[in-house]
Design a protein around this ligand. Structure first.
Ligand code: SAM
Length: 456
């Protein structure tokens, strides 16, 4: 297989921009084509690199074709015309999944059947066989219709990219690894700065931060569906893994901390950190949030506290959030990043966020609140935040904010991403400020991944 492919990185709604920046950092030119879908053109080697390196994406697909269709004849003919035989061997298995939104071809099972039939006929003719036993490598096909536009894709990933391989035991309400990584990538944290997750649970945020800080490819230790495909040279995977091993940094300059009151969760966290290869970079200890303090300056809190979604927990969570101003005021020079679905979060902490971003934790719609502390005095990272006009500390508890209902009545503005506070002195696109160098905008050839202090 030669030439450029159309590849799609899929992502949870709200993370498209994060994935786009990751792809830019890898040297590709991404374009968001639909909610949750980022298209990029690249050579076949990009399948291995994207699967290995993308932290916030769900999977990497090959877009076989996209075309309008309102009848099954067109769907069959266009599907049959594609070079499926270049991807699927005579023994390959190719389950076809489907979805249809706002399209005349609304029967998903019928679309799946037509596509399957067209691929079967193509493979029989192209491979010169009469039967296809489908006992070989799995090459999952999807037929997706949106407003009468068909997109046919092959899934190169297999189990979703959030399955890094290190989380073998399940904690209570863990974040998906992809979301935890996105929270880190959206922050101004750099490996030179302290990082604490005071509600760490099974440790997903500190572990993902450890991987980010050490520039470790999150997919290095797991297999991918396309590795078994006859169409992709195993050398591409070997090369991508070699590159990933070469680029990992040996250790972090500052240890990341995760604390929690649940000892069982902390044991899981320690085990998972070990599995992920970051146990020397991340420490976990038992501590109540209310006791949080630090002698260090210019750190970051990145956290996912309890939300109180279930009845019976709401009052406890409210009481917990009301302790936040006192605790966070102790960390005067720190930046704070909090993911929660609680509608009155800003009111309870008495501080308007510099920036809010709508993100989904599974099916729960959350907001990622970003409170930017002052910029560290002597930047050591290659790419630093733009200079602050003046160091302004978040003064939790100082701002009176109306509750969610009042806010809704006052303003119906619910954009998914909103730069808010007039006191914000950092730009409204932190990742971009943090990660771009002039060259990242001209990705004509693949670049060596150099994550987060640098590039994703
Ligand atoms: C939503 S879970 C965090 C899940 C975590 N992000 C993960 O991926 O596993 C919230 C965590 O807050 C912890 N927690 C609740 N109250 C606490 C408190 N007062 N101090 C410290 N931890 C607390 C719970 O034990 C729970 O592990």
């Amino acid at each position: 297989m030669v030439g450029q492919l159309d590849l799609i990185a899929t992502a949870t709604f709200g993370l498209e921009a994060v994935v786009s920046r990751e792809l830019e950092a890898l040297g590709y030119a991404p374009k968001t084509i639909q909610p949750g879908r980022v298209l990029f053109q690249a050579d076949p080697a990009a399948i291995a690199r994207a699967n290995l390196w993308l932290r916030a994406a769900d999977r990497v697909l090959v877009r076989m074709d996209a075309f309008p269709a309102t009848d099954f004849g067109v769907l069959f003919d266009r599907t049959f015309a594609l070079p499926w035989h270049e991807w699927i061997g005579p023994d390959g298995s190719f389950p076809v999944s489907g979805r249809s939104i706002k399209s005349q071809l609304s029967s998903v099972p019928a679309c799946q059947k037509i596509v399957k039939k067209a691929i079967v006929e193509k493979l029989r003719a192209a491979h010169g066989v009469t039967t296809l036993d489908e006992t070989g490598p799995r090459c999952s096909v999807e037929v997706a219709l949106l407003s009468d536009e068909v997109t046919l894709t092959l899934d190169t990933t297999g189990p979703g990219l959030h399955k890094r391989g290190y989380r073998t035991l399940v904690g209570k309400a863990p974040l998906k690894e992809t979301l935890a990584a996105a929270m880190v990538l959206l922050s101004f944290w750099r490996p030179e700065r302290p990082l604490v997750d005071p509600f760490c649970g099974s440790g997903t945020i500190p572990i993902e931060a450890g991987l980010v800080g050490r520039n470790m490819a999150p997919g290095l230790n797991r297999p991918f569906a396309a590795e078994a495909w006859p169409s992709l040279a195993s050398a591409a995977w070997e090369e991508a893994r070699r590159e990933a091993r070469d680029l990992a940094r040996p250790e972090l300059p500052v240890t990341i901390l995760g604390t929690d009151v649940d000892d069982e969760a902390l044991s899981l966290a320690r085990y998972h950190a070990q599995q992920a290869g970051v146990s020397h970079d991340v420490q976990f200890s038992h501590r109540d949030f209310r006791e949080l303090t630090s002698k260090r300056d210019y750190g970051c809190i990145i956290t996912n506290p309890p939300y109180g979604e279930r009845i019976g927990q709401r009052d406890d969570v409210r009481a917990l959030y009301e302790t936040m101003p006192e605790v966070l005021r102790r960390l005067k020079t720190w930046s704070h990043y909090v993911l929660t679905s609680h509608p009155d979060f800003e009111q309870l902490v008495g501080q308007k966020a510099d920036r809010r971003r709508k993100l989904y934790n599974g099916r729960i719609q959350c907001t990622y609140y970003q409170f930017h502390g002052p910029r560290p005095p002597k930047p050591t990272a290659e790419h630093e935040e733009p200079a602050a006009a003046a160091p302004i500390e978040p003064a939790f508890g100082s701002v009176r904010i109306t509750c969610a209902a009042g806010r809704r009545a006052a303003s119906r503005a619910t954009a998914s991403t909103t730069a808010t506070s007039p006191r914000s002195r950092w730009p409204s696109t932190p990742m971009k400020a943090a990660c771009t160098s002039p060259s990242t905008t001209a990705p004509t050839s693949a670049r060596r991944p150099n994550t987060p202090t640098g590039s994703t």
